[in-house]
Design a protein around this ligand. Structure first.
Ligand SMILES: [Zn+2]
Length: 155
């Protein structure tokens, strides 16, 4: 399942990528361009834009996001598409949407802080932006937030 989020959903996009979803996002696109690209790449359009969903081509291939808070939005999406939130947890670049690749620790000595280098064993990198990811303390905080979102819902 692949998605294309409209410009109003930036925060939701980051969270969806965090749980491994393939979500395209480009706030610079005009509505028509977004619709065409989503169609070409067979992506479901996620939108909060009531004008957008009035278009026929969109109506058949979109999901309307309710709620202003990204927490409500994420809960809604997880339920709707039966997403397993931990299956792909932290496997995708939050910025580029590309799957992360494992990288050898030795290659990173000059690229991360010594503390990180000496306390972490597993590193991943994004083939697009070259950003380096590692399981760190913030992961626990993300999981805690995710758990709150998963149990929150139905407000
Ligand atoms: Zn990236």
């Amino acid at each position: 399942m692949k998605y294309f989020a409209d410009h109003m959903l930036g925060r939701l996009v980051v969270w969806m990528r965090m749980i491994g979803c393939d979500v395209a996002y480009d706030p610079s696109l005009k509505d028509n361009e977004l619709i065409e690209q989503a169609d070409r790449e067979e992506r479901i359009i996620l939108t909060r834009d009531t004008h957008l969903i009035k278009r026929k081509k969109v109506r058949e291939n979109c999901f309307f996001i309710r709620g202003d808070s990204y927490k409500d939005q994420l809960f809604q999406v997880i339920k709707q598409f039966s997403i397993e939130p931990y299956r792909g947890f932290l496997t995708r670049c939050l910025r580029c949407n590309l799957p992360l690749a494992r990288i050898e620790k030795q290659a990173l000595k000059e690229r991360v802080f010594p503390y990180v280098y000496f306390t972490q064993e597993t590193f991943y990198t994004c083939p697009g932006c070259q950003r380096i990811y590692w399981p760190a303390t913030h992961k626990a905080r993300m999981i805690q937030q995710l758990e709150e979102i998963l149990s929150g819902g139905e407000k």
